[in-house]
Design a protein around this ligand. Structure first.
Ligand SMILES: [Zn+2]
Length: 134
């Protein structure tokens, strides 16, 4: 159900941006989803298609993945993390509980599990394109 709430928020945000920029017909909405954000893309896409408003009737929703960027609190080293490097179980645990990341990921430089997540969580609206009012 979480995806439906997200889809609604995305539709609302896209509508707001379209209104502000004078877009009468939205053709493309670009969204970035953090790698550590728990989202079922298929459900999200389905929900977006169901909830779209008339202004977004022709809109294509492009969903991109934002790589996770982490920073070690012990030594200050920052690195890009890829979920592909984890084994299945760890990857699933993090998918459902992003905080679990700390149990599976360590700083590649000093080995500390104490890090902060700079990027890769949450959802950001990238661009809203469309036909503007003339
Ligand atoms: Zn470190």
């Amino acid at each position: 159900m979480h995806e439906w709430a997200l889809a609604e928020a995305i539709i609302n945000a896209a509508t707001e941006i379209a209104e502000k920029e004078g877009i009468i017909e939205v053709t493309q909405v670009e969204i970035r989803v953090g790698e550590l954000q728990q989202v079922e893309r298929d459900i999200l896409k389905f929900a977006l298609a169901q909830l779209r408003t008339p202004r977004l009737k022709k809109a294509k929703f492009k969903i991109e993945t934002e790589k996770a960027k982490l920073k070690c609190r012990a030594c200050g080293h920052a690195w890009t993390f890829s979920k592909d490097k984890l084994d299945q179980n760890a990857s699933e645990a993090i998918h459902f509980v992003p905080e679990m990341a700390h149990a599976y990921i360590m700083c590649p430089k000093c080995g500390s599990p104490d890090f902060e997540i700079l990027e890769g969580r949450g959802i950001t609206m990238q661009t809203v394109k469309g036909v503007k009012r003339s």
